[in-house]
Every structure is written in C-alpha cells, then in structure tokens.
Design a protein around this ligand. Structure first.
Ligand SMILES: [Zn+2]
Length: 274
C-alpha cells in the first residue's frame, strides 16, 4: 500500500465518519480540521484543499450541501479550498450549556449585537453563551482567514419558493436590506448572488444574473455579510435552491471571474473555460 493510497483511504474514512452527506474527496485533495465545542455540540471546520492557490470558499450551514458539491467540482478543475462547517447535517446550532438548551443560526454569530438577537429568536440567551458564540465566530473566521484572502466567498442553499431574489424587491420582506437588485427572469427565483461591493454588483449585473447589492443600512443581524461590510471585506454569497448544482457551479464561476478581474492581488484566477 503506497503512502498516497493510504492517505486517500484515511481521508475517505474521515469523510464517511463525518456524515456521508459530504462528497468523497478526490485524489490529490487534502483536509485539515479545526474544532469548536459549544456546550455539548461539536463543530468540525473541515478545510478541503486542492492546491493552496486560487480561490477560497466557505460553507457555514451544514444542511446546505449543494454548494459544497459544486465547490468540489470547481476546485477539482481550477484548484482552491473550501472550509465546510460540519455539525450533524442541520441548519442551526442547538446545544446544552449549563443544563439549559440554546439554539441559534450560525449565520448570526459574527457581531455581538447579532449573537444576542440570534439566541433570542430561538429562546433564551446568557452572557457566557454569547461569549462562547463570539469565540466560535472568531474561530470560523480565523480558519477561513478573509483578511489574508482579501474577500469572503460563501455558498448557501435554500428551499423552493419562499426566500428568493424577489424578496429584495420593493414591498417585500428584505426590501430595506438591498440597495440595488438585478433580476434575470429566465433564472429560478431561488438562484442568486448577494454582494457588498458596488463594483462586484455591476459586473455581475453585466453577466445578467440575479444579484443583490446589500444596503449599507441593512440591519445588523450578526450575519457574515454584515461582518464583511463593517470590516470592508468584499463579500460574495452564491446561493441556489437545494439540488441546483449545475446552476451553483455556473454562479460560482461567474463570481470567481468577477473577483479575478476586480481583485488580481487576491491570486484568484479566472475559471478555466468549458
Ligand atoms: Zn445558508
């Protein structure tokens, strides 16, 4: 058994043991992990790498796997990395701390204000728990390292219907969250990008894809896009309906292309052509 083969077997076992929902690693890919303990909940931050160069992705919701699969396909062809947060294949963090149960959305832990609001949304809050969540958010950020990358590129998935690009239009739920919205009515309403920089928005609009420019006045809900805006880190979220893997890959490619053009210093290369 060669060392390379052995490494592959070990990686496959690791992938299986951390729930079979995640795609198997391909040859040449490596992983390393960071860990967070939140009361009785273990969170594994698995960093899948295929060449340290090129682009870096982040997936923070563990029940959203289409994005991870699409990123694997992207990385296989182009190189890059993805940090995937794994904690049991569910959306929310649910944990016991000091004999009390707490719940929150992992996308509400990046600002202090958001952490408290996030806990309150699902139940009780506590100062120690707020501190633990603040540490968890910092660990995720340290692992992904946006300051070094020069941007944040996240991947999300959503359900059919409900939330979608039209939620940001005048008169709808998220109107005040968006400064500008561009809709391609040929696309599924659930498939879209959300960005924080007007330059990124303009180039994606030119590509005629569903895209939202987050408002400077958007409410601080502790989400990563708010953190990015507060810290002036260019942010892209590529988000599609569960299962739309080809569309997710297409949006990832467009996002990568635009970032490569706007921020050559990040080392992102334009995706290889089909
Ligand atoms: Zn999500």
């Amino acid at each position: 058994m060669t060392l390379r083969y052995l490494t592959l077997v070990i990686l496959c076992c690791l992938a299986l043991s951390s729930k079979a929902q995640h795609p198997p690693v391909f040859e040449g890919m490596t992983t390393d992990s960071a860990y967070i303990t939140l009361g009785d909940l273990d969170i594994n931050l698995v960093n899948y790498k295929y060449s340290d160069q090129n682009i870096h992705f982040l997936a923070i919701h563990d029940d959203e796997d289409t994005g991870v699969k699409a990123a694997f396909r992207y990385i296989n062809d182009n190189g890059g990395t993805i940090v995937d947060c794994q904690y049991g294949g569910v959306r929310n963090y649910k944990f016991i701390y000091d004999e009390e149960e707490y719940q929150t959305d992992p996308n509400s832990i990046y600002t202090l204000k958001g952490i408290k609001a996030g806990l309150q949304k699902y139940g009780i809050w506590d100062d120690n728990v707020i501190q633990e969540l603040e540490k968890a958010g910092k660990t995720i950020l340290n692992t992904y390292n946006p300051k070094k990358a020069g941007y944040i590129f996240t991947l999300h998935n959503n359900a059919d219907g409900g939330f979608g690009i039209s939620s940001y239009l005048k008169g709808y739920d998220l109107e005040s969250t968006a400064d500008s919205v561009h809709i391609n009515f040929q696309m599924d309403n659930d498939d879209m990008l959300l960005v924080t920089e007007v330059a990124i928005f303009n180039l994606l609009k030119k590509e005629n894809v569903n895209v939202v420019l987050q408002s400077q006045g958007a409410v601080d809900d502790g989400s990563l896009s708010i953190y990015a805006m507060q810290n002036k880190i260019p942010y892209i979220n590529a988000e599609v309906q569960h299962g739309h893997i080809d569309e997710h890959l297409r949006l990832i490619k467009l996002g990568a292309k635009v970032l490569a053009q706007l921020y050559p210093d990040t080392g992102i290369q334009e995706p290889i052509p089909e």
